[in-house]
Design a protein around this ligand. Structure first.
Ligand code: SF4
Ligand code: SF4
Length: 151
């Protein structure tokens, strides 16, 4: 599981003050939150898998139907400032989490580098890491074969 989030009132205020366009542009497009995670109910630990959501474009690492995602994928998370503080599996260098914690964006973030390719060049995104989409699995048990390691 990721380390506990460090609360930063200034960072949270910054997130809450963002317009919708600013909020959307903050996403680095890594696609990591669109990969399935498994939670061990006994320990509460999370495990990353190489199984993507059915709507993830594995090359661009973007959602192919972002506007309608909630109606098509029931468990798709619509991130909000408050949720950024509560999702234990959100990557520690997710841009929303960094801002919420009052930390600077990473060098590969497009708002720093000026390019949407740097998140891929740095190996942060899931490009090249997706083995299968969820809709290609026959049963829930099949997820176990695609565990990569602890989050
Ligand atoms: S992990 Fe964060 S930055 Fe990456 S795609 Fe998800 S919301 Fe965007
Ligand atoms: S539906 Fe949600 S989880 Fe699936 S690819 Fe789109 S944004 Fe990601």
């Amino acid at each position: 599981m990721s380390a506990a989030m460090k609360k930063n009132p200034g960072g949270m205020a910054k997130l809450r003050a963002m317009s919708q366009a600013e909020w959307e542009s903050l996403c680095d497009g890594c696609g990591r939150c669109c990969m399935h995670k498994l939670e061990d109910e006994d320990t509460g630990n999370y495990y990353a898998t190489s199984v993507s959501c059915a709507l993830l474009d594995c090359e661009s690492c973007r959602c192919v139907d972002y506007e309608n995602r909630k109606t098509r994928i029931a468990d798709c998370i619509r991130l909000t400032p408050d949720m950024v503080q509560t999702l234990p599996w959100l990557p520690e260098d997710c841009a929303y989490r960094l801002v919420a914690e009052g930390k600077p964006l990473k060098w590969w973030h497009h708002l720093v580098s000026g390019s949407h390719e740097t998140v891929h060049e740095a190996g942060i995104s899931v490009r090249g890491k997706v083995e299968v989409r969820e809709d290609q699995l026959a049963s829930e048990d099949d997820y176990l074969a695609y565990i990569i390691g602890p989050l």
